[in-house]
Design a protein around this ligand. Structure first.
Ligand code: FAD
Length: 415
């Protein structure tokens, strides 16, 4: 059947927002081209689990072609969009151009090192599968090196892990890493003095997870301290050279591992676009999610900047998902000549895990911490992960780790 006469919708990015936009247009009389530079959709909230050897990359990612196998009005193209012309209505991909009638820009963000070039070069980050696996390989390597290092000071530096950023990702990574050391590595390296191992969490502000209510911030600090995480608040980092962290007060921490979780900013392609930007280079959009002056273009997820009640919407998956849903709905409404709807975020609550059996959560206005919050976290993440097979495998993995204190993915794979 020739479908060339149908409106062509190009969606750039198969992350949380792009996926929902594409799903929301299933069965619509349109042709959809979904583009992503990777062949998979990635569940980024569990990247830290890959880094701490808790899950395999294939357990938190799913090929886009598999996800959309049954959606007949959609074609997937793998490639990196290098430019967008909003006036002529096309995107540039792999040396050719793809024209569109409607465009959804959902390219997410990238790690913001705030100009610390040396940290970008010598530190580690969690943004995609590659960076998470590199972090895992490196951390496991540190234990191997420490196991045959005779010099006590050098051994200590090898076993010191510095995490920068006291947001949910930093907190989750610190808690999980501390447990990996105290429950798992202690068995793999019986001759290593793992009391030398040290997880340091640096935060420039006055508290951890500052967007959470006070009782959860306190519970988080308590839970991390119980796991021997060295929390340093009001601590600004000045430099890192791959061997040593320099803090603003002039003191140093000897370490071979710095994991940066302190910020997100616009992706390369967005930086090049001549449209109005807000903080972190995000694109300012209208409440209907449209780009001002370009009503056929919708910008959603981490790429978009929209305020609600005077506050910018956070760069989190629930905002991205809800915006993806509304972008699809508004495209349908535009095609039907109906008035567009404005975006209103429905906050499903807050959730962060702190190791194997503890978390903090705020759901329906009620705060939970400890084991109950962890159970809520497990079930919500299992529910949200793409693919039935992945859900089963992750559930099995976590049950195994929970019962036997044994992260199963302790593989050093060469890059
Ligand atoms: C380590 C980590 C932990 C997190 N934890 C949580 C959490 O616990 N809870 C929570 O709600 N949120 C969390 N987040 C944030 C959440 O993952 C993001 O808000 C969400 O992924 C944003 O969705 P998105 O669709 O806008 O972008 P993304 O999910 O980032 O998707 C963007 C897609 O665009 C593709 N892309 C980028 N540039 C191009 C291009 N030029 N051409 C083609 N394709 C391109 C990318 O490959 C990617 O697939 C976390 C993020 C990270 C990194």
């Amino acid at each position: 059947m020739n479908t060339n006469h149908l409106p062509h919708i190009v969606i750039v990015g198969a992350g949380f927002a792009g996926l929902e936009a594409a799903r929301g247009l299933a069965n619509a009389p349109v042709r959809i081209t979904l583009i992503d530079k990777n062949n998979h959709h990635l569940f980024q909230p569990l990247l830290y689990q890959v880094a701490i050897a808790g899950l395999l990359p294939s357990q938190i990612a799913q090929p886009v072609r598999t996800i959309f196998r049954k959606q007949k009005n959609l074609t997937f193209q793998m490639g990196e969009v290098s430019a967008i012309d909003f006036d002529e209505k096309y995107v540039k991909l792999n040396g050719s151009v793809i024209a569109y009638d409607y465009l959804v820009v959902a390219v997410g963000g990238r790690t913001n090192f705030f100009g610390f070039d040396t940290i970008e070069k010598d530190g580690f980050q969690l943004k995609d599968l590659e960076t998470a696996v590199r972090t895992r390989n490196h951390m496991l390597d540190m234990f191997e090196e420490a196991s045959h290092e005779a010099d006590a000071e050098k051994r200590k530096a090898l076993l010191t892990f510095v995490i920068v950023g006291g947001g949910p990702t930093g907190v989750e990574t610190a808690g999980a890493l501390a447990e990996l050391i105290s429950h798992v590595m202690v068995k793999d390296y019986p001759h290593l003095m793992l009391s030398d191992a040290h997880v340091v969490l640096l935060e420039a502000g006055a508290s951890l997870i500052s967007s959470y209510p006070d009782e959860l911030r306190k519970a988080t600090s308590k839970l991390l301290k119980q796991k021997n995480v060295d929390i340093r608040l009001n601590t600004k980092l000045e430099n890192y050279n791959g061997q040593q962290v320099t803090l603003a007060d002039g003191s140093h921490i000897e370490t071979r591992t710095l994991i940066w979780t302190a910020g997100v900013k616009a992706t390369h392609v967005v930086e090049e676009l001549g449209v109005e930007k807000a903080s972190a280079g995000r694109i300012r959009i209208l409440p209907t999610l449209q780009l001002p002056q370009h009503p056929e273009t919708f910008v959603v997820g981490d790429t978009a900047f929209l305020e609600e009640n005077g506050q910018p919407l956070p760069m989190i998956s629930t905002v991205a998902i809800q915006q993806g849903v509304l972008a699809a709905k508004n495209i349908r409404r535009m095609m039907d000549n109906k008035a567009l709807e404005s975006f209103h975020y429905k906050d499903p609550g807050l959730l962060a895990t702190i190791g194997r059996n503890a978390a903090v959560a705020r759901i329906f206005g009620i705060s939970f911490s400890g084991f109950i919050a962890w159970v809520i976290w497990v079930f919500l993440h299992i529910y949200r992960i793409i693919g039935f097979r992945n859900r089963i495998i992750i559930m099995f993995n976590w049950a195994w780790d929970y019962l036997f204190y044994d992260n199963q993915v302790r593989l050093i794979t060469k890059e």
